[in-house]
Ligand binder design. Structure first.
Ligand code: DOR
Length: 445
């Protein structure tokens, strides 16, 4: 008797092809993939010819717990994740108190073990004083450095401290690459002498392309100087892609978020502060360079930077409106819709959202639908378009910057460790994910 038997699926293979198969899951693993399996199972699903793919690994989310559960907590964030076919997430340290030592990490892991529907991993955040914890705390997917300020108070932009962090230890360092001194200078210049409301668009001018490029170059210099594994988070500009095209060594990887692929500064007109994020949206021509970076393997993976804030908070005038947008539940439908439109292939989506994140963070036996791997799966309907509606968003934030867009590729079932957690729009309560372990990255091996 197996745990789960899925009949009649279009299974996404390692090669990015689809093959009509049945899939058996048992003890959390993919036990068997075959033309036809006749066996007993506790649960049997008829996939009705829909696409069965590995669950998405979202390697950058902010779930706000502890500190701001009114925006999101691990439970609500993970509901949104599995609604969007995300079966594992890596969560950022800028909560309150921030995740800067073993104690806060233990708290999050204990909390997630009893409330997260998806599998989970956590970053440890760099401060000016926690060098020892950065390298001792376990398990962590990596060290997060905010080189430019964002939500929360984590910031390290002092060269001596950056040198110390990059030269000590070996674990992956993930950077929020925006240059703090340029942000401060431009913020002062571009928000002074005005009695009128400052338009939200000003945010993209203050944190301009050069702000991102300076910090990305600085992080690459540090990584090369010490041979240190570096991951550059949410690359947002053509300038960074062009720079990395010629300067990306084997120990460097980077990512892009859907907002920078599908939105632009034109969207401030309808979204206002809901378009405000760090790094900010760029002009409408910029996204084609990011797509090109993905096609050319300059950009390795896609993350969402899911960063929920409430509508009330977002209604504040600039600069008191917080930066960040929800996104964990829309990334897969956005990409599958782009695939249906001919912008990318299923094979690329699998690489960018499943196998790629597993490689970057050294997560074993995830990101592929193959026998012996963990049974983290999404059964998606790529034929039924649905309009994104704020009222249907699972995130506690209760809105999406993609509201109004017609997307296809929504999950019908999401399966975590061989157990159904999301079933036709409904969460199956009480089945929780597991802590991820990290085994050193092999991105360019
Ligand atoms: O816009 C952002 N919001 N960017 C970040 O890096 C942090 C995030 C947040 O936590 O709100």
């Amino acid at each position: 008797m197996f745990d789960l038997l899925i009949h009649n699926a279009k299974v996404l293979t390692i090669d990015g092809e689809t093959v009509d198969s049945d899939v058996v899951c048992h003890n959390g693993r993919i036990e068997k993939i075959a033309d036809r399996v006749d066996a007993n199972a506790t649960e049997i699903i008829d996939a009705d010819g829909h696409l069965l793919m590995p669950g998405v690994i979202d390697p950058q989310v902010h779930f706000r717990e502890p500190g701001a559960p009114h925006k999101e907590d691990i439970n609500s964030g993970s509901r949104a994740a599995v609604r969007g076919g995300v079966t594992s997430f890596l969560e950022m340290p800028n909560c309150n108190p921030p995740t800067i030592g073993q104690e806060q990490l233990n708290w999050k892991i204990a909390r997630a073990s009893h409330s997260s529907f998806a599998n989970f991993g956590f970053f440890i955040g760099a401060t000016k004083e926690n060098l020892k914890e950065l390298n001792d705390a376990n398990p962590v997917c990596g060290i997060k450095i905010f080189m430019g300020s964002s939500t929360g108070n984590l910031l390290v932009d002092d060269q001596q401290i950056l040198d110390k962090i990059f030269s000590t230890g070996a674990r992956l360092i993930a950077v929020h690459a925006e240059d703090e001194s340029r942000i401060q200078k431009r913020h002062a210049q571009l928000t002074q002498n005005t009695s009128a409301d400052i338009p939200y668009e000003r945010h993209s001018e203050i944190r301009d392309a050069k702000t991102a490029l300076i910090a990305t170059q600085r992080a690459v210099d540090l990584s090369n100087k010490y041979g240190r594994r570096l991951h550059i988070l949410h690359l947002s500009t053509a300038e960074e892609v062009n720079f990395l095209r010629n300067n990306k060594s084997a120990h460097i990887s980077c990512e892009v978020v859907p907002n920078h692929l599908f939105l632009s500064t034109d969207d401030y007109a309808s979204l206002g502060a809901k378009a405000q994020m760090n790094p900010p949206l760029r002009d409408v021509n910029n996204s084609q360079h990011l797509w090109r970076g993905l096609y050319d393997n300059v950009i390795d993976i896609i993350a969402t930077d899911h960063a929920p804030h409430t509508v009330d908070e977002k209604s504040k005038p600039y600069p008191n409106s917080p930066s960040g947008t929800p996104g964990v539940e829309t990334s897969l439908p956005l990409m599958l819709t782009a695939m249906v439109a001919g912008q990318c292939t299923l094979k690329q989506i699998q690489e960018w959202m499943c196998t790629g994140p597993a490689k970057v963070y050294g997560i074993q036996k995830k990101g592929l639908l193959t026998e012996g791997y963990d049974a983290d799966l999404a059964l998606v309907d790529i034929r039924a378009f649905q309009t994104v509606k704020d009222s249907e968003v699972f995130s506690r934030a209760g809105w999406s910057p993609f509201a109004g867009m017609r997307l296809t590729g929504w999950p019908i079932y999401t399966i975590v460790n061989g157990r159904v957690v999301f079933d036709h729009g409904v969460i199956r309560e009480g089945v929780f994910g597991q802590p991820l372990s990290f085994h050193g990255s092999d991105i360019h091996d």
